[in-house]
Design a protein around this ligand. Structure first.
Ligand code: UD1
Ligand code: UDP
Length: 376
């Protein structure tokens, strides 16, 4: 008897989701005899999403193309809700996969639930227990957790958060984070990677100066937070003319505008456009210290042994803090400057913050997820 293929639909919309879903797409491709797989991108991001799709050679079956300049949470929510329903009606999937904590994930999850389709949540169970930090992601992932039928938790701690919320143990699988699968794959491809933009980047960074790498985009840092971050970066750059502060600036105008206004023209600060994933991996490896409010970078940096100062007051990634490479510092100017000074001047302190132990797994998360779905 010929067994019918399970119909799976993977949905994502932003840069980090695309990076973290890419390994799962590969794993489903490896099992094409068992699964009829389709990919839907909401297009919550555009250029930053396209960079990842290009690198991982992902061709979406559906693109909702919802991004607009200065989009609001409400406008993204309303557009995805209506447009994603059409995809569900067209494909009639057995399982919908969403990732993490974006508005794309939460809304695709809600639409799937309304349509009685099994929802699978990748990177489930992360919590800060503070609904305003990160905003709106903490609430997005809690809602997605309520909607989901199967929960793929990266660590034992994220599983425990779900168990505490009365999710049944048999519906949770601890997998590690697919970001490690993506990282290992990316590093492998990088070994033979030769593109014009890669050569240009290497030329612009040079080999002489140590690099302080910066990224930032969180909504709760918009306004005063970014003003403080920029003040701190300026001081750090002035104190260290022998270092190069490199900042691939997020395309959100709430970030791009203040950062450009405050930092363009500072001699040893290099403001650049968002980098494609392999180039960013290369730059993380090249960096001495990383300053960020990103979630994914907190997970990647321990693999590369790079100290990360997190410009936030809370983190849903306490495992990375426990690993020693990640430290929460917020956006206070003096504190940020002092923490960077400490890492640059105290070799023993730096050493302790750069061990290469990663609590987020060994790069087999996607396979574990697909194996689970094969069995249900
Ligand atoms: C979104 C996610 C956040 C995730 C982040 C990753 C939500 C609510 N937010 O935040 O969880 O951590 O992505 O980067 O889901 N833009 C472009 N081109 C792009 C991408 C963005 O121009 O390729 C600009 C647009 O003007 C857009 C704005 O950035 O309106 C904001 O994008 P949005 O997805 O709403 O918020 P992010 O801050 O990117
Ligand atoms: N990243 C990238 N290019 C950049 C900056 C970041 O490819 O210029 C990658 C980074 O390696 C990580 C992810 O994007 O995997 C993080 O995305 P972001 O900080 O936008 O979102 P978050 O992880 O905070 O949701």
């Amino acid at each position: 008897m010929i067994q019918e293929k399970k119909k799976v639909l993977l949905v994502f919309g932003t840069r980090p989701e695309a990076i973290k879903m890419a390994p799962l797409i590969r794993a489903f491709n490896d099992n094409a005899t068992l699964f009829d797989k389709r990919i839907c991108v909401t297009g919550q991001h555009k250029e930053m999403l396209d960079q990842v799709l290009d690198f991982f050679k992902i061709t979406p079956d559906y693109n909702l193309q919802i991004m607009e300049p200065k989009q609001t949470l409400t406008s993204i929510t309303a557009k995805i809700l209506l447009e994603f329903q059409k995809v569900i009606d067209d494909f009639c999937p057995d399982y919908v996969f969403v990732h993490g904590d974006t508005t794309t994930s939460m809304v695709a999850g809600l639409t799937s639930f309304y349509s009685n389709i099994k929802l699978c949540h990748v990177e489930a169970g992360l919590r800060t227990f503070d609904k305003k930090h990160p905003f709106p992601e903490e609430v997005n992932r809690r809602i997605t957790g309520v909607l989901a039928d199967y929960h793929f938790a990266p660590t034992a701690l994220s599983k425990q958060n779900l168990v505490n919320e009365k999710v049944k143990e048999e519906d949770i699988l601890v997998t590690g984070n697919t970001v490690i699968d993506a990282l290992l794959h990316g590093l492998e491809l990088l070994e033979t990677y030769q593109t014009k933009d890669f050569t240009q980047l290497k030329d612009r960074i040079g080999t002489e100066k140590e690099v302080i790498l910066v990224t930032g985009h969180r909504r709760e840092n918009h306004g005063e937070g970014f003003v403080n971050i920029c003040r701190a970066l300026k001081l750090i750059a002035l104190n260290h003319p022998d270092k190069l502060v490199v900042y691939p600036v997020h395309l959100n105008p709430n970030v791009l505008t203040p950062v450009t206004e405050m930092l363009a023209g500072v001699e040893n600060i290099l403001l650049i456009e968002p980098l494609s994933y392999p180039l960013f991996l290369w730059l993380m490896n090249r960096a001495k210290v990383i300053l960020t409010d990103s979630g994914g970078i907190q997970e990647e940096a321990p693999s590369l042994g790079k100290p990360v100062l997190v410009m936030r007051t809370t983190t849903e990634r306490p495992e990375a803090v426990a690993s020693g490479t990640v430290k929460l510092v917020g956006t206070d100017v003096e504190l940020l400057v002092a923490e960077v000074e400490k890492l640059l001047s105290d070799a023993a302190y730096y050493q302790a913050a750069s061990s290469k132990k990663n609590p987020y797994g060994d790069g087999t998360a996607a396979k574990a997820i697909v194996d689970f779905i094969k069995k249900i």
